[in-house]
Design a protein around this ligand. Structure first.
Ligand code: SAT
Ligand code: MN
Length: 589
């Protein structure tokens, strides 16, 4: 497989038998040409793209996918390495030889009558030593256009690759969008992903979850860095000092909202660097530095509105260089604009739902698919940090982990040190919501929010985190948050959203050594009055409850953690087992 770019393209052409081969150059003219092509071509009888109202949403297009192809398909996603244990219980496994044979039989001749798009791209700023060279093959113009938004496509990538054979290969065909013939196969040892039968983001934009997280985490394990499912933000304080944070949350915890938070506290500002993925390296000064390998947002539309995330609304409406895509939202036929639940309080009479039918308000169903998405360039974000394009990345002072829990997990606590932080992150649990399949409200473990994205055995991954701690000179502080605690009547106890900046201010005070902390069984709590509550009416009794260890809840929690750890057998590092043992002792379990 280690052939040069030209040879790889020729091999792919001979194999897929497309009518035409098109090598992308990333130019503005190309964007115009491809959006033209997409407005004329169809998948399953539906045009790929329709232009939306350019006054309301400049340079924006609408895409409706096949109704069976609206989300990542984890059960059809495999990590293919010679030994099953290397993939771990956190991945589906297949022998690489068998997997390649299976994929070759699906791929053979699959592009007859189609155009084969060759997408040379860089994940990360091309000047950065942390950036990686990649090439994706696809027969979907929607995927080709999406890749242009989400990564740095074109000449710079071809120049960086040169005659080298050292680049990631992502081979994709949308096939006939049949869920019975849909596979996403990862070959970490070959720096290769093969994906067939889906056009959906996480399955088909191979630079994203497939490369930047699954293959990336494996490369990081080999090379001494971390590929994480994290936002990157810079928080500016009234003294103009900016503190950089990473944040990892399972889905439906408001991750994207936090990435572009408008703090309620005067004088504070959040600068956005990333909303999904961070690559973290040890810099020359021995600190951790993060870059966002992506160049766009692939965000969930429902729930995004002027109240919850005005910055994202502005991003979507920005007059833009890159086209913005809306996928599986509803469309308001009265003015040809995209519409979804939560964009505004009113429901227009003229909605066409995500499946193309006239929407009936009384149907009890949403008009937009719950996982409908926008794909938009990060350069349209008004709060984009000036450091976003810094090839060195930004120095990280704090890592925020979180989950959605109605009980047990306090509003915020700090891990005592790095290893306790790794333990805290390894035990993250979050309640499932209606947007995910399965039972609503049950707690699922999702360490570091990486369970579906760690490309190797998660036990080894925990050890890798501990090792990074040993190699780093000045480690960031690690915090755990839960914005979603409820009282006995089922009401949220903490107001959330912009008010979360109060908790982040406390973190900055901790990082700067301006405030002490109160020890507890699970970690360090804010001292009385240390969270700035000015202008917020919240009872002391509630704050006390939010910042407390409920021993009975935690006794149940440690049992669940123990069960989860057991799945990984002796792969769980001794240090984490010791932390669990210590916690059990403190709780008297
Ligand atoms: O997996 S996707 O990248 O398509 C969406 C997500 O879960 O973040
Ligand atoms: Mn994600």
């Amino acid at each position: 497989m280690s052939t040069s770019f030209d040879v790889f393209v020729k091999e792919m052409q001979d194999f897929f038998c497309p009518d035409k081969v098109y090598i992308m150059d990333g130019s503005q003219e190309e964007a115009e040409r491809l959006t033209e092509v997409a407005q004329k071509s169809d998948i399953d009888g539906r045009v790929v793209l329709k232009k939306l109202n350019g006054q309301e949403y400049p340079n924006s297009y609408y895409h409706r996918s096949n109704t069976n192809d609206v989300a990542r398909t984890e059960h059809l996603t495999f990590v293919c390495v010679p030994v099953k244990d290397q993939a771990g219980p956190n991945n589906n496994w297949l022998d690489p030889k068998e997997a390649k044979e299976k994929m070759r039989s699906l791929f053979k001749g699959a592009m007859k009558g189609r155009i084969m798009y060759v997408i040379p791209f860089v994940m990360g700023m091309p000047k950065s030593k942390y950036a990686k060279n990649c090439v994706q093959i696809t027969d979907s113009v929607y995927v080709a256009l999406s890749m242009r938004i989400m990564s740095r496509v074109g000449k710079q990538a071809i120049e960086r690759i040169g005659n080298s054979s050292d680049f990631f290969r992502g081979i994709h065909s949308i096939g006939d969008v049949n869920p019975d013939r849909r596979f996403i196969m990862h070959f970490p040892q070959d720096n290769l992903v093969m994906s067939f039968g889906s056009g959906y983001g996480g399955n088909a934009l191979l630079g994203k979850k497939c490369y930047s997280l699954r293959i990336g985490s494996y490369l990081g394990y080999q090379e001494g860095w971390l590929a994480e499912h994290m936002i990157i933000i810079g928080v500016e304080a009234p003294n103009r000092k900016i503190t950089y944070f990473l944040g990892a949350f399972p889905s439906a915890c408001g991750k994207t909202n936090l990435a572009m938070l408008d703090p309620v506290l005067k004088g504070y500002k959040v600068w956005t660097l990333g909303d999904d993925i961070a690559w973290i390296n040890i810099g020359e000064d021995g600190r951790l530095y993060a870059i966002n390998p992506e160049a766009g947002f692939f965000g969930v539309a429902p729930g995004t509105g002027y109240k919850t995330n005005p910055i994202m609304m502005e991003t979507l409406k920005n007059d833009k260089f890159f086209p913005t895509l809306f996928t599986n939202t509803a469309v308001d036929n009265s003015n040809n604009t995209p519409w979804w639940e939560g964009i505004s309080d009113e429901v227009s009479f003229n909605l066409i739902d995500w499946q193309g039918q006239k929407y009936d308000k009384n149907s009890g169903k949403p008009a937009a698919h719950p996982n409908s998405r926008f794909t938009v360039s990060i350069y349209n974000c008004p709060t984009l940090s000036p450091e976003y394009d810094n090839p060195k990345g930004v120095p990280i002072s704090g890592i925020i982990f979180g989950g959605r829990r109605k009980d047990t997990i306090p509003l915020v606590y700090e891990a005592k040190d790095w290893n306790s932080g790794v333990f805290t992150a390894s035990i993250i649990g979050s309640e499932t919501t209606a947007a995910a399949s399965g039972q609503v409200g049950t707690v699922r473990r999702d360490p570091m929010a990486m369970l579906p994205f760690c490309g190797y055995n998660m036990g080894d991954y925990f050890q890798h985190w501990l090792n990074i701690g040993k190699k780093t000179k000045k480690l960031p502080k690690v915090f755990m948050v839960n914005w979603f605690r409820k009282d006995d009547d089922g009401n949220f106890m903490w107001p959330g959203y912009r008010e979360n900046s109060r908790v982040i201010k406390w973190m900055i005070d901790r990082i700067e050594g301006k405030t002490g902390a109160r020890e507890s069984e699970i970690g360090l709590f804010p001292q009385e009055g240390a969270i700035d509550l000015s202008g917020l009416s919240i009872k002391k009794k509630i704050m006390d409850k939010l910042l407390n260890v409920d021993k009975e809840d935690w006794k149940k929690e440690v049992i669940m953690i123990e069960e989860f750890y057991k799945k990984f057998g002796n792969k769980i590092p001794k240090d984490l087992m010791d932390h669990l043992k210590e916690l059990k002792e403190k709780l008297g379990v």
